[in-house]
Design a protein around this ligand. Structure first.
Ligand code: HEM
Length: 151
């Protein structure tokens, strides 16, 4: 059971953080030269596919994370400090994801649909900032989660 939970936890973390790293460091500069309407449609289609998978990764991270918290450590209050830090930064990432999904992402979809390119561009700029924050938090969370048992 523990192996299954840890496997799901790691796969979900790798997918989420790796996906953000690819979008931010590879796709963003590569797409920068494309004309705004085409570029905004591209990003709309990218997020349309990526964000539902992130939602699934979040469900998997929460279920496996709290499952392990009880199976490995016997509960909330007995878990070591690093697990609490991981939980804190992890929940912060999830709140940022929810904000991204229900605010700029919703507005960007409508703006692209209505061909309002400057408005869509502003929403994409907000999404970029939120992804940058979550990428940094994600790297910290992975480092804390994977090295924590040694400190
Ligand atoms: C939000 C609630 C979360 C809880 C309650 C939680 C809980 C846990 C627990 C109990 C472990 C096992 C620790 C051990 O046995 O040594 C673990 C490992 C880990 N977690 Fe989380 N976690 C959460 C979120 C996250 C997030 C958001 C990420 C990354 C995006 C993440 C990345 C990791 C990594 C990389 C490991 C190490 C796996 C290994 O190398 O053994 N966790 N987590």
């Amino acid at each position: 059971m523990l192996i299954f939970l840890l496997g799901a936890h790691i796969l979900a973390a790798v997918f989420w953080v790796g996906g953000m790293a690819f979008a931010y460091t590879i796709l963003r500069p590569a797409a920068g030269a494309i004309e705004p309407p085409v570029r905004l449609i591209l990003w709309r289609d990218v997020f349309k596919r990526f964000l539902p998978w992130v939602a699934l990764a979040i469900v998997a991270l929460l279920a496996s994370g709290y499952g392990m918290m009880f199976l490995t450590f016997g509960g909330f209050h007995k878990a070591p400090l690093f697990v609490h830090v991981m939980q804190g930064t992890g929940v912060a990432m999830m709140l940022i994801y929810l904000h991204l999904y229900f605010a700029p992402w919703r507005r960007m979809q409508v703006a692209v649909q209505d061909a309002q390119w400057p408005l869509a561009g502003r929403q994409l700029a907000s999404i970029r900032k939120l992804v940058a924050i979550n990428l940094v938090l994600g790297i910290v969370t992975v480092l804390v989660g994977s090295t924590g048992r040694y400190w």
